[in-house]
Design a protein around this ligand. Structure first.
Ligand SMILES: Nc1nc2c(ncn2[C@@H]2O[C@H](COP(=O)(O)OP(=O)(O)O)[C@@H](O)[C@H]2O)c(=O)[nH]1
Ligand SMILES: [Mg+2]
Length: 441
């Protein structure tokens, strides 16, 4: 997707569908000339950062009454001239307006091309561009909060600090290599000490990796157990909605039912399954097989059993690390004691649910508190690469290697950090990142 950025792009920025308004975005040199062709009253000198009320015309045919916002280069999201047209949100109108922009000289934007231009034009660094993507796709409050912090530059700032540290070391060494007469060779112990510090700071940023990945990817949790154990009731209680059918008739749930829910900041896909039992019913057996597959593909299994039911152990679940045992109908089972591993809940009285949620969070090692920095897999890889190069620096110091050799590893460490914010990054990596964006972003 190597594109010429001198052309002007346009795209529908709002989701395909019917809504109150639909937004078309235009960016590039021809933005104003396009607007002057399709927007009336047109004039050559729109003032930037202002909203204009007017009409979109297809030749002399009125298309819609709109609000037009104008941002002048370089003070816009992309750093180029940008216009956003707010039409009425009917699919036909939005498409028609885009079509007119294209006819007037724009070309359709690629996925994420507005953000890519913002990056190329130095308006945002790569970590902020990636934060936009996270923010758009965030499924929990917790993740939205983390993403918006990165959008405002939290991670970028930290990476800048780390780069400065490495850069300082590098200039110390380079000076010693280039002007051996004038500059004392830096002490190995100093290089050693600073490298250890940077490594520990990288470790600090990486501490939240598991939680970052969980917030981004989410987990699957299958609810399994005997018929009538209370699986569907628990499913509904965790969702806080009547989604699955609950009856006293065993074998009610046959298909898998799944819904997404925010559990302590993790987007969890909860899957209600058919009860596990030997049975002759053809359809129910299909359901039971589906359940077994689902269990394999889940990150967590909530094994639900009725506290009143003596027959509760399912051999195949014993020693399965993914399993959380949940004893249900606690409201009916006042005097029944369950072992420590069991989370006791009542879906009817809504008790024990918070404890269960907390347990799920711990089971997948999620910690919303300790994860100061939110990172994605790519950024984590870069940080780990950087750390590996710095470990080489430590080795170099220990073996009293010549400074110019040590500087090679420091330069590599610098490159790894630069890849995070995009100072050093290949076109391929960029394309890969921005292709995950939606069109119009
Ligand atoms: N009192 C009480 N009844 C429950 C509870 N959970 C489920 N039940 C009842 O147990 C029966 C079976 O529940 P259901 O959720 O359909 O079980 P499933 O077959 O495992 O999905 C229904 O009559 C529910 O109302 C609970 O926590 N307390
Ligand atoms: Mg059920």
């Amino acid at each position: 997707m190597v594109r010429d950025f001198s052309d002007t792009i346009a795209a529908i920025a709002t989701p395909m569908g019917t809504g109150g308004i639909g937004v078309i975005r235009i960016s590039g040199e021809k933005t104003l000339s396009i607007i002057n062709r399709i927007f009336k009253p047109g004039k050559r000198d729109f003032e930037p950062n202002r909203a204009y009320y007017g009409r979109i015309y297809d030749d002399n045919n009125l298309v819609d009454e709109v609000i037009m916002l104008y941002f002048k280069a370089p003070n816009s999201f992309t750093g180029e001239d940008v216009v956003e047209i707010q039409c009425h949100g009917g699919m036909n109108i939005v498409k028609k307006t885009l079509e007119l922009c294209l006819k007037a000289g724009a070309r359709p934007a690629d996925n994420g091309e507005f953000s890519k231009r913002a990056f190329i034009n130095g308006k945002i660094d790569l970590s902020r561009a990636e934060a936009i993507l996270d923010l758009i796709h965030a499924r929990t409050d917790c993740f939205s909060r983390a993403s918006v912090l990165n959008l405002s530059g939290k991670l970028a700032q930290k990476i800048r600090e780390l780069r400065m540290e490495v850069l300082n070391l590098l200039s110390l060494i380079t000076a010693a290599v280039d002007f051996p007469e004038d500059v004392d060779e830096p002490e190995y112990s100093l290089i050693n000490e600073r490298s250890i510090f940077i490594i520990s700071e990288i470790g600090r940023v990486l501490t939240g990796s598991i939680s970052s990945n969980l917030m981004r990817e989410g987990i699957k949790a299958a609810i399994v157990g005997r018929p009538n154990a209370g699986k569907s009731s628990l499913f509904n209680a965790l969702l806080d909605a009547d989604r699955a059918i609950v009856t006293e008739i065993p074998g009610t749930t046959r298909d898998l039912i799944q819904e997404s829910v925010d559990i302590e900041g993790i987007p969890v896909t909860l899957i209600d399954t058919a009860g596990l039992r030997e049975c002759d019913d053809y359809i129910e057996n299909i359901g039971i097989n589906l359940t077994k597959n689902t269990m394999e593909n889940s990150d967590i299994i909530l094994y639900v059993f009725d506290l009143l039911d003596a027959e509760k152990t399912e051999d195949f679940l014993i020693n399965n690390k993914k399993v959380i045992k949940v004893g249900t109908k606690a409201d009916l089972a006042k005097n029944i004691s369950a072992d420590d591993e069991v989370i006791v809940v009542s879906s009817v009285k809504k008790t024990g649910l918070e404890k269960l949620k907390n347990h799920i969070k711990n089971k997948v090692n999620f910690s919303n508190g300790s994860s100061e920095f939110c990172t994605n897999l790519r950024q984590q890889e870069c940080l780990k690469d950087c750390r590996a190069h710095l470990e080489k620096v430590l080795e170099g110091c220990e073996q009293r290697m010549p400074p110019d050799l040590i500087s090679i590893d420091l330069k590599s460490a610098l490159v790894s950090l630069g890849e995070i914010t995009g100072e050093v990054v290949s076109e391929e990596v960029l394309d890969n990142i921005f292709s995950n964006f939606c069109i119009g972003k």
